[in-house]
Design a protein. Structure first.
Lengths: 246, 205
């Protein structure tokens, strides 16, 4: 144990060999947007161990229902109906309740509702691709949405993103702030994607894969995918240099 | 350092991509029917004590071009050095101050701006105090893991000189990249350089 991880309240250091490197040249946008100097490391201070907390009062009744939250009265988004659900945990496997999760995604044709989007696939007038929720007392969350489509992007002459949903996750501390993406089990585009390839191991790819979950499907209604998310863990107790939970 | 098995490690990061606004600032990108306002667009919910300040700047890439698709979040203490967080046990933060701001940079110019208050000093782990600072987190297309940096204040020379983290950096040229420069009363400029001879200091905190 280094002293960095032993004080009560400290957050475990990020494992930088597990996360993508800043410079990943096959993902071309990283070339001029990756710092070249070493990151300066120091243990978390109160500035990182605190963070904003959001109450359920910010949520509207349809915020986590992307099929309906942008749809006209009586209408619905076009696409395969799916449930995305999972549990938010920390690195000590403790559930994280009360955490804000925001998502965004392309529509079923692979088109985003955004001013800078240029892909020729049709916009769905009833779909924005925006949703949010707050984890419940068990750290669980759920979204209702449609299966996003894959889409081409100008990284190479013929490159396609696998279907994915972007996740933005808060915890209890600014140190835990995380943005990532969920991919869908079995998608053959996963292994061809330069952004997925910024991950350093197949284990890491697996951790960003949502798995078909037949138990949560709704017969004659929706398929379901399970996607658990982990954010950085905080030391609770220090006992002879060995934190509880390790 | 503590060893965490791969299956329990923090979920690996992926870029926010160019369309982060859809999920995090939908009103900003014209999706106006879902949320009444974009989260973090106002850090003050009423009158807030302390020196009212604006921090504005631009994020530049390695070619010197401004990033026009980035999003920043900031987190800071109030003017007494207290955080609006359940983890804050030393006192009660100004109830009208959230301490958290989120800003999508201007899609045409790349400019960001936060209306906030100048933070007070906050504790350092060694029992001393940190200089007033704002924690900054940056995501964008091409950024694989959100970048952490800090804005300190050019007119806090005394506190800056005794700040443990600035002292750890040591090199005065690099420290300078963390200074929000006072332009006039209440206005600070904080430009961020992702690469180049004046590359901003980024942290692994």
């Amino acid at each position: 144990m280094s002293p960095k991880s032993t004080r009560k309240g400290h957050y475990l250091e990020r494992d930088r060999s597990w996360h993508p490197e800043a410079l990943t040249p096959n993902y071309k946008s990283s070339i001029y947007r990756s710092p070249s100097s070493k990151l300066i490391s120091f243990p978390t201070t109160l500035s990182e161990e605190t963070g904003p907390v959001f109450g359920h009062d910010i949520l509207g009744s349809l915020d986590s229902d992307l099929i309906h939250n942008y749809a006209r009265q009586g209408q619905a988004a076009i696409g395969s109906r799916i449930i995305i659900h999972g549990r938010l945990l920390d690195e000590f496997e403790r559930p994280v309740p009360g955490a804000l999760i925001e998502v965004w995604q392309a529509n079923s044709g692979g088109r985003y509702r955004h001013k800078n989007e240029t892909y020729l696939a049709a916009l769905d007038p009833n779909f924005s691709g925006c949703g949010r929720t707050i984890t419940d007392e068990n750290g669980d969350y759920e979204f209702i949405t449609i299966m996003p489509g894959p889409y081409p992007w100008p990284n190479g002459p013929n490159e396609w993103r696998p279907a994915h949903i972007h996740f933005s996750v808060f915890g209890n501390a600014f140190a835990q702030r995380l943005i990532t993406q969920m991919y869908f089990e079995g998608d053959p585009l996963i292994q061809k994607c330069p952004i997925v390839a910024t991950l350093n191991s197949l284990t890491a790819v697996k951790r960003l894969t949502g798995f078909l979950d037949m138990e949560r499907t709704i017969p004659m209604d929706s398929l379901a995918y399970k996607f658990d998310i982990t954010i950085r863990g905080k030391q609770q107790t220090v006992f002879e240099n060995k934190p509880e939970g390790l | 350092m503590a060893i965490v098995k791969d299956e329990f490690k923090e979920s690996p990061s992926q870029t926010a991509g160019p369309y982060v606004h859809i999920g995090c600032a939908p009103n900003f990108t014209g999706i106006k029917k879902i949320y009444s306002s974009d989260l973090g667009s106002a850090m003050k919910t009423g009158p807030v004590k302390g020196e009212q300040i604006t921090i504005e700047g631009t994020i530049f890439d390695g070619t010197g071009a401004p990033l026009k698709d980035a999003m920043l979040e900031i987190w800071q203490a109030d003017s007494d050095g207290l955080y609006n967080s359940p983890q804050e046990t030393r006192g009660i933060c100004d109830p009208n101050f959230t301490g958290w701001g989120r800003c999508a940079v201007n899609l045409n110019t790349g400019l960001f701006r936060f209306n906030t208050v100048k933070p007070g000093q906050t504790p350092a782990p060694n029992g001393t105090l940190q200089a007033p600072h704002i924690s900054v987190w940056i995501v964008a297309r091409g950024i694989n893991v959100g970048l952490q940096t800090r804005a300190y204040f050019s007119d806090e020379k005394e506190h800056n000189s005794s700040d443990p983290i600035l002292n750890q950096i040591g090199d005065s040229k690099r420290i300078k990249t963390l200074l929000a420069i006072r332009q006039k009363k209440g206005v600070y400029s904080f430009n961020i350089h992702l690469q180049g001879h004046n590359e901003t200091v980024f942290f692994d905190i």
